[in-house]
Write a protein that binds this ligand. Structure first.
Ligand code: AMP
Ligand code: DBH
Length: 543
């Protein structure tokens, strides 16, 4: 029996689903069947490169099958949630395709997430399993898994890529795979494929339910726009599980096209450039701060980067000045991408005039992406006017997973997603990101929800109140600043004490406030709310 998506989140009304199928956008494929087909068509072509390891499509397909059997044998079934927290390693793909095949839903945690986030993902999704590396970037994920498993009763299994360590409850991933077929209930194209994370603007990250049908459309739609085909070699520089390197056009887009995915363990030029030379990488994606580092390093690089055709830059606003530097420094075409894990993805086109490429964040993938730019009363604005971006379309969700109250605020009654972005549309239909209305900080593409950090700081015994705001930053675009009011009876604290507290509470490092300022009161708005606008101006002026 197919579990309707709508149990956990609103989905597309039938008339829209029919339209997207009739238009040929939703092709009725699943990730499991897609990989089978590619492996049958070209078994010996290389799919994944991770250091010295090279997996063909045939091998990736066999590995995913064997792991699917193993997961099924352990009782993991269609609809079950599995938190996947892996760095850029080949096993990431083996794991996610195995889960796709049995219809279990990967929940895409980032390697930077720590106890607070992971526990929340496991608890909220009632995850049955958590898949981790042994040690990544100096952090022992097994110890975190032991802690989380003790707190979350649904979490039956922890699978470790690499050395499973001392906890007898942890199973090495290599012990899971098995050759004998274990029957399982396969997903339908309209079923959920996974839960992606939203950068969020509330106290807890929201989960984004994506279906096989809708996500796959965003992949092949992206491939057409980014000229991805079987000759493409895509370098995964950003964390593999993030929506941008996963799907715009990303590793999954490139696998869809029959191309080659190369994993980069670190994003710095010293690591990435030799890999580009060795593997003849043709396309990759970066957030703006990294793009700045790469363009600085490009002209004097000792490596041959001539294979690189396209550099995608997105996740945060790329300044025009920096955008102009890309071609001279790296001798490739810049493609700006303004996307969101909720759906809508905009690209500048490869043949757009240079002025469009450097001054806009692109236009939507699909002719059926509906884009509205509205004022505060949801009234449509004219082309060229700046306002709130609302969107609806064949790969944009109609609601977050198990969040009915939040959905009432984040979606209009007729199903448009309120992106929280403030944009302007040019006469050619390209969007320019002018700002943001949501309470979110974009730290060089890493999104921080101030409320989530505030909730953690508030737990400090000496803290009376806190407000976290963005401070402009030349490199990251924005950094975070926490304004803290201490309790009247509290001893004075140093900023580092607050930072340490946040880190020890188990939040991802990128959410630890970059700056902490102690104040006696917050500026207030006319009706007595904390004026984040005034705090932001103070923070910017005090730099
Ligand atoms: P998320 O919803 O966490 O996937 O984050 C998506 C958000 O990142 C968008 O709504 C924008 O605020 C921001 N973003 C992504 N790409 C760009 C870009 N090229 N320029 C400006 N902001 C961007
Ligand atoms: O920031 C993002 O979430 C993002 C950026 C570029 C994204 O999800 C995408 C492309 O698909």
């Amino acid at each position: 029996m197919t579990i309707p998506v709508s149990i956990d989140a609103p989905t597309w009304p039938e008339e829209f689903a029919e339209r997207y199928r009739a238009l040929g956008y939703w092709r009725g494929e699943t990730f499991g069947s897609m990989l089978h087909e590619r492996a049958a068509a070209h078994p010996d072509r290389i799919a994944i490169v991770d250091g010295e390891r090279r997996w063909t499509y045939g091998e990736l397909d066999r590995r995913a099958d064997r792991l699917a059997n193993g997961f099924a044998a352990r009782g993991i079934a269609k609809g079950d949630r599995v938190v996947v927290q892996l760095p850029n390693v080949a096993e990431f793909f083996e794991v996610v395709f195995a889960l796709f095949r049995i219809g279990a839903l990967p929940v895409f945690a980032l390697p930077a997430h720590r106890e607070t986030e992971i526990r929340y993902f496991c608890e909220f999704t009632e995850a049955v399993a958590y898949i981790v590396p042994d040690v990544a970037a100096g952090f022992d994920h097994r110890a975190l898994a032991t802690k989380v498993q003790a707190q979350v009763p649904t979490l039956r299994e922890v699978f470790v890529v690499g050395d499973p360590g001392a906890d007898p409850a942890h199973t090495p991933l290599t012990d899971v795979a098995r050759d004998d077929f274990v029957p399982y209930d396969e997903p339908e194209p309209s079923d959920l494929a996974f839960l992606q994370l939203s950068g969020g603007s509330t106290g807890v990250p929201k989960l984004i339910p994506r279906t096989h049908d809708d996500y796959m459309y965003s992949l092949w739609g992206s491939n057409e726009i980014c000229a991805v085909d079987e000759e493409s070699v895509f370098l995964v520089v950003l964390p593999a599980a993030h929506n941008f390197p996963l799907s715009s056009p990303g590793s999954l887009g490139v696998l869809y096209a029959g191309g080659r995915v190369v994993l980069c363990p670190q994003p710095d030029p010293e690591t990435a450039f030799p890999i580009i030379e060795r593997e003849r990488v043709t396309i990759t994606g970066l957030v703006p701060p990294l793009a700045l580092v790469w363009t600085d390093a490009g002209p004097t690089a000792r490596y041959d980067l001539s294979s690189l055709d396209v550099l995608l830059v997105g996740g945060a606003k790329f300044s025009e000045e920096a955008a102009r530097r890309v071609r001279p420094a790296l001798n490739c075409t810049l493609q700006q991408v303004f996307g969101m894990a909720e759906g809508l993805v905009n690209y500048t086109r490869l043949d757009d005039p240079v002025e469009t490429i450097v001054t806009t964040q692109g236009r939507p993938i699909s002719g059926h992406d509906e884009v509205r730019v509205v004022d505060d009363e949801d009234q449509d604005l004219d082309v060229g006017e700046t306002g709130h971006l609302l969107t609806r379309g064949p790969y944009t969700i109609r609601g977050y997973w198990r969040a009915p109250e939040h959905n009432k605020r984040s979606f209009t009654e007729d199903g448009f997603y309120r992106t929280g972005d403030v944009v302007r549309m040019t006469p050619t239909g390209h969007l320019v990101v002018e700002g943001r209305a949501k309470d979110q900080i974009n730290r060089g593409g890493e999104k921080v929800a101030p409320e989530e950090v505030e909730n953690v700081v508030l737990a400090h015994p000496a803290v009376h109140d806190v407000s976290v705001v963005a401070v402009p930053d030349a490199y990251l675009g924005e950094r975070t600043c926490a304004y803290v009011i201490l309790r009247a009876d509290a001893e004075p604290l140093k900023p580092v004490a607050i930072k340490k507290f946040v880190r020890e509470r188990g939040l991802a490092a990128f959410k630890v406030p970059d700056r902490v300022e102690f104040v006696h009161a917050f500026p207030q708005t006319g009706i007595g709310k904390v004026s984040k606008k005034d705090l932001r101006s103070t923070a910017a002026a005090d730099q």
